[in-house]
Design a protein around this ligand. Structure first.
Ligand SMILES: [Zn+2]
Length: 456
């Protein structure tokens, strides 16, 4: 049983010195003990923190990051960005998706994410038919995760309509899978993933605008009969227009509707939840659902700013995701999450307001907890029974020089120039050593070739 030793590590109880870690053959911590002796252990090359959890990813969108940034008559909205995405997606093959996802997951690991929730709605071939292997696109993503070595919660997603009471367009037909077919896919993936501690399967509901409300409840019930603890993810209240259309179609705001008409609880993760009324803030917080925040994507798309202090004040749980992957860096998400609030409130340390704690440490730990819940996997903590997912920070990196404990996390989150992440372990296996992933060169070479062809 391999054992490791860290001079300093962030445990659930806080910063601890001289911590030893024992890890079993399945990649779980069996013992985490502070004030230990390093004899007989491998000494870790820096400060040990839990790997970050990325609770929202659409892997294929990594291939179009940075390519919807031109001005012009129609260029200024979320909805025009979505048109660029539709054009890009029209020709992608399962091999392309695997190539893009592998590159993305290597980037995530190097930045310090050790697990990802893949919200997957690209199911069908370019004309909207199922592939000969129903889960060809899911398999592509799962193979990429295994090749990179990242832990994954795969979330096959129901997408049925082009808007509230609107048919799907030709550009959306690759996303539309019949509920029975999606359930078959989900059940197959649940069976296949059983016993694999690197994988979990959940259910995605694209949004209230893309899932008819009469299908939502039966899909959730069916998913929970396959796995009673399966996480359920849904995009909600990302754009004001979406909220207005929801009120017109369903007579309620999106989160209000979910609270009143779905079994919203701690198995749910509501992605974005940007536009909330005071009543929705309280109800969402008390439901136990995680608010899945994607600050750099939300900024890129001009979505709006999440009501962070009110949601935290109501006891809400948050996590972070990289969504469209304009940024692949957990501390980049945390920094923008806090800075958006500072700009809005003309104040400092908003997330930690009322807490005797540093903002960087609070945000890092709060989003580990929410991320783990949204992933439905025992991740996000250096603790017995959890996955052995460790990120090593170089204490000699100029950003961290002279820092320890919470000030080290604050410096990483708010002032890092270049990444101090040197080594990354996922499930007891080293996937990044000394800043490099073992397969980064061939994966990047395939990615470059695919991009040159796709954007030729
Ligand atoms: Zn999304």
């Amino acid at each position: 049983m391999p054992s490791y030793f860290a001079h300093s590590a962030l445990l659930p109880s806080g910063w601890s010195d001289a911590v030893s870690f024992s890890i079993d053959g399945q990649g779980f911590f069996t013992n985490v003990r502070p004030n230990s002796d390093p004899v007989g252990t491998e000494i870790l090359p820096g400060v040990a923190v839990p790997g970050a959890v990325n609770l929202h990813s659409h892997a294929f969108q990594r291939g179009m990051a940075g390519l919807a940034e031109r001005g012009g008559e129609k260029a200024g909205t979320f909805w025009s960005w979505r048109d660029v995405m539709y054009e890009f997606v029209s020709s992608l093959t399962p091999t392309d998706v695997q190539t893009i996802a592998a590159q993305l997951y290597v980037e995530m690991l190097r930045a310090g994410y050790t697990s990802v929730v893949e919200f997957h709605y690209l199911h069908m071939d370019p004309v909207g038919r199922p592939y000969a292997t129903l889960g060809a696109m899911s398999d592509a993503v799962l193979w990429a995760a295994a090749a990179a070595g990242i832990g994954i919660t795969h979330v096959p997603t129901l997408y049925r309509s082009g808007g509230f009471d609107a048919p799907v367009t030709d550009t959306q037909r690759r996303f539309v899978m019949d509920p029975d077919m999606l359930l078959l896919l989900l059940e197959g993936l649940v069976a296949e993933s059983a016993g694999d501690p690197q994988r979990r399967v959940g259910l995605g509901l694209h949004s209230l605008r893309a899932v008819p409300h009469e299908e939502l409840g039966s899909m959730v019930t069916a998913a929970w009969s396959a796995d009673s603890e399966a996480p359920i993810h849904i995009h909600v209240a990302e754009q004001r227009r979406e909220v207005e259309e929801c009120v017109a179609a369903l007579g309620a705001r999106p989160v209000e509707w979910l609270v009143d008409n779905s079994p919203l609880d701690s198995r749910w993760c509501t992605i974005h939840a940007t536009h909330l009324s005071p009543d929705e803030i309280r109800k969402l917080a008390s439901s136990g659902a995680v608010a899945g925040l994607c600050p750099t994507t939300e900024a890129n798309l001009g979505d709006g700013i999440f009501p962070l202090p009110d949601f935290l004040g109501a006891g809400g749980t948050i996590g972070i995701g990289s969504d469209s992957h304009v940024t692949v860096d957990p501390v980049g998400e945390l920094r923008l999450l806090e800075y958006g609030q500072r700009l809005l409130w003309e104040s400092r340390n908003v997330a930690a307001r009322g807490r005797d704690q540093s903002t960087g440490a609070f945000l890092y730990q709060a989003t580990l907890k929410g991320g783990a819940r949204a992933a439905g996997r025992p991740v996000g903590a250096l603790a017995e029974g959890h996955r052995a997912d460790i990120v090593i920070l170089d204490p000699d990196h100029p950003t961290l020089a002279g820092r320890t404990g919470d000030t080290l996390l604050d410096s990483w989150v708010f002032s890092a120039t270049g990444s101090p992440v040197t080594d990354v372990m996922v499930g007891g296996r080293w996937v990044v050593r000394d800043g490099h992933h073992a397969s980064e060169e061939p994966i990047a070479a395939r990615y470059r070739t695919a991009m040159e062809r796709l954007w030729a």
